[in-house]
Design a protein around this ligand. Structure first.
Ligand code: PLP
Length: 382
């Protein structure tokens, strides 16, 4: 029997997931690995979320929902925009998705055709590039070359070289943690609008900023597509639940594609997620621990030779220039895991050109783990 293998399946691996798999394998064999490789909160989902899920399980019936999501979750998300950002987003423009990962697929499929040119920043979250490449979209990587974030001038310069159909950016960003200041975000959105470039704003790290406000791109234009998720601030990675805020004209297209690709996001997670917006006190305590971890890493990583390559304004990442320690961060990460039992992500995931000299450390774990990881690195490097 012939096994068919498409070109699309040749997409780059997500190396952070490979490092995680190796860390899990070592752990299963009894090695006490500390993982700073994956952007995953170590806390469980808020109590009210878990209780709502328990009630739903006892009630028993968990089925498909409307493709765009349950009315109660869409209403809760709409209320969140009014309360947190002071922005009016009707529930009718919200699509609930299977994590923001599914939202990327839906956005790319409904907004772009094969061959369309879409800009992203390098370094940036690897799935943007990998999903678009698999879909035949022409990914235009704008090298930031030390600039903290992608700005209006980068976008205009890339457009001047050749027309762009879209741009996708995140603030706070992965892997840099950089936060785009409100005035710069406004300039970026307005420049895109003037050049007829569709905007996707990945706001998954909102509510995790330490150095300024997290302003939604929707504050500047109703026609941007916003992608967000319960994974990060709300500590719900494994629940696979996220959302999109869509321009009016995109809603039906997203609904049609979602009907066929996913039918709907899981009902259990949707029911539970309604409670997440009420858990601010619990979640702010988790965020305070990230801030404590951040202070420690900001001080200790440079002392160990991991030069900070970005300001650590938000999310829970330290993006480090490791050129003083290696010129092959992939090999360095493997060795660090095998010998120091600390997992971190090689920069290659985020930037195929310059990634060999960078590494990303996630500080979403416990404070004790951060302290221990830094001690191990100190011993290992000596
Ligand atoms: C910038 C960014 N966007 C999206 C995602 C995907 O998150 P999820 O599919 O869990 O919502 C991640 C995960 O690490 C991320 O860092």
């Amino acid at each position: 029997m012939t096994v068919a293998l498409s070109k699309r399946g040749e997409v780059e691996p997500f190396h952070a997931m490979d490092v995680l798999a190796e860390a899990n394998r070592l752990r299963a064999g009894g090695t006490p690995v500390i993982s700073m490789a994956v952007g995953q909160p170590s806390d469980p989902a808020p109590l009210a979320v878990r209780e709502a899920a328990q009630r739903a399980l006892v009630d028993g019936r968990i089925g498909y929902t409307d493709s765009l999501g349950t009315a109660s979750l869409r209403a809760a998300i709409s209320k969140h925009y009014a309360e947190h950002y002071g922005v009016d987003v009707p529930a009718s423009r919200i699509a609930v998705t299977t994590g923001s990962s599914a939202a990327f697929n839906l956005a790319f499929l409904t907004m772009f055709d094969p061959g369309d040119r879409v800009a992203i920043a390098a370094p940036g979250y690897p799935a943007y590039r990998n999903i678009m490449a698999a879909l035949g979209i022409d990914v235009v990587e704008i090298e930031l070359e030390g600039a903290p974030f992608l700005d209006a001038d980068h976008l205009a310069a890339a457009y001047a070289e050749k027309k762009l159909k879209g741009v996708l950016f995140a603030s706070p960003a992965n892997p840099t943690g950089a936060l785009v200041p409100p005035a710069e975000l406004e300039r970026l959105v307005r420049t895109a609008s003037e050049l007829d470039i569709a905007v996707i704003s990945d706001e998954i790290y909102h509510r995790l900023s330490y150095a300024g406000p997290d302003v939604t791109a929707l504050a500047f234009d109703n026609d941007v597509t916003v992608i967000n998720s319960f994974s990060k601030y709300y500590c719900m990675t494994g629940w696979r639940i996220g959302w999109m805020v869509l321009p009016e004209r995109l809603v039906r297209a997203v609904e049609r594609v979602q009907q066929s690709l996913y039918i709907s996001a899981p009902e259990l997670s949707q029911t539970a997620a309604v409670e997440a917006f009420g858990a601010t006190e619990e979640l702010e305590a988790v965020k305070a621990r990230y801030a404590w971890n951040r202070d420690l890493l900001m001080q200790r990583l440079p002392e160990l030779g991991f030069t900070l390559a970005a300001p650590m304004d938000g999310a829970f990442y330290a993006f480090c220039d490791v050129a003083r320690l290696t010129n092959d961060s992939m090999e360095f990460a493997q060795k660090m895991l095998a010998e120091a039992h600390v997992a971190a992500t090689p920069g290659r995931d985020f930037d195929p050109l310059q990634g060999h000299r960078y590494m990303r450390f996630s500080y979403a774990g416990s404070h004790d783990d951060m302290v221990e990881a830094l001690e191990r690195l100190d011993r290992w490097l000596r």
